[in-house]
Design a protein. Structure first.
Length: 224
């Protein structure tokens, strides 16, 4: 869809993925680049270093859960002829620094630098917006993909091909979404839903999760 920016991790840093998203789907992409695309990674690093004086930048600082996370983004325009990859018009470098805090003191620290390449023009989105996109990708990864892969063991499920695989993927995504929004312990939610199966079936007649949650609300006190 035009105007949509699709974010991908390094596994999808392949030219075919870019062509599919940009040409066939008419969307933009922002792709993480790691060692599986070494030549592209090297070109991005050199380009950012050569243009250090003209880079656009953004920073976020977040504190909570016993840590302080600082993210700095550097962004520059580029041409496909410079990357050797199609539809590449912007490159970014995100530097993440995490400090662990215990009783008001820093007890540990870690740093990570991640490179990205995008299909949109460098002036199409602000650096703050692009930094938000990189962080939003991992929000989806942590809140959806990780629970499905780990808690639901999706990767080892044999119903992974054809229509049955799509149906099971959809059901797991719905379950992860519902459980991820729960303000109560998962054991309480599981017990309540096991006794009121019609609440789960009601998801399919709702236009949004918020609408379903309004239907679910009256049962919280009754079955707590």
């Amino acid at each position: 869809m035009p105007g949509t920016v699709l974010t991908f991790d390094a596994l999808h840093a392949v030219k075919k993925t870019i062509e599919l998203a940009v040409v066939e789907k008419q969307a933009d992409v922002l792709i993480c680049v790691k060692d599986n695309a070494p030549e592209l990674r090297q070109r991005i690093e050199k380009h950012l270093d050569r243009n250090a004086g003209t880079l656009t930048r953004a920073q976020t600082v977040n504190q909570g859960h016993g840590r302080i996370e600082t993210r700095n983004l550097e962004m520059a325009p580029i041409l496909p002829s410079q990357t050797g990859w199609p539809h590449t018009h912007v490159v970014c470098r995100v530097m993440r620094e995490r400090q662990l805090i215990r009783r008001g003191e820093v007890t540990g620290a870690s740093q990570e630098t991640v490179l990205y390449v995008g299909s949109f023009a460098a002036d199409a989105h602000s650096p703050e917006r692009v930094l938000g996109l990189t962080r939003g990708h991992w929000t989806i990864e942590n809140c959806l993909h990780h629970p499905k892969d780990r808690s639901m063991d999706e990767d080892r499920n044999r119903a992974s091909a054809g229509k049955s695989g799509r149906v099971m993927c959809c059901l797991r995504s719905i379950a992860a979404l519902v459980l991820g929004r729960a303000r109560e312990s998962l054991s309480v939610v599981q017990r309540r839903l096991s006794r009121r199966v019609h609440l789960l079936l009601g998801l399919f007649s709702c236009t949004s999760v918020a609408e379903w949650e309004r239907r679910y609300e009256p049962y919280k006190l009754k079955l707590a």
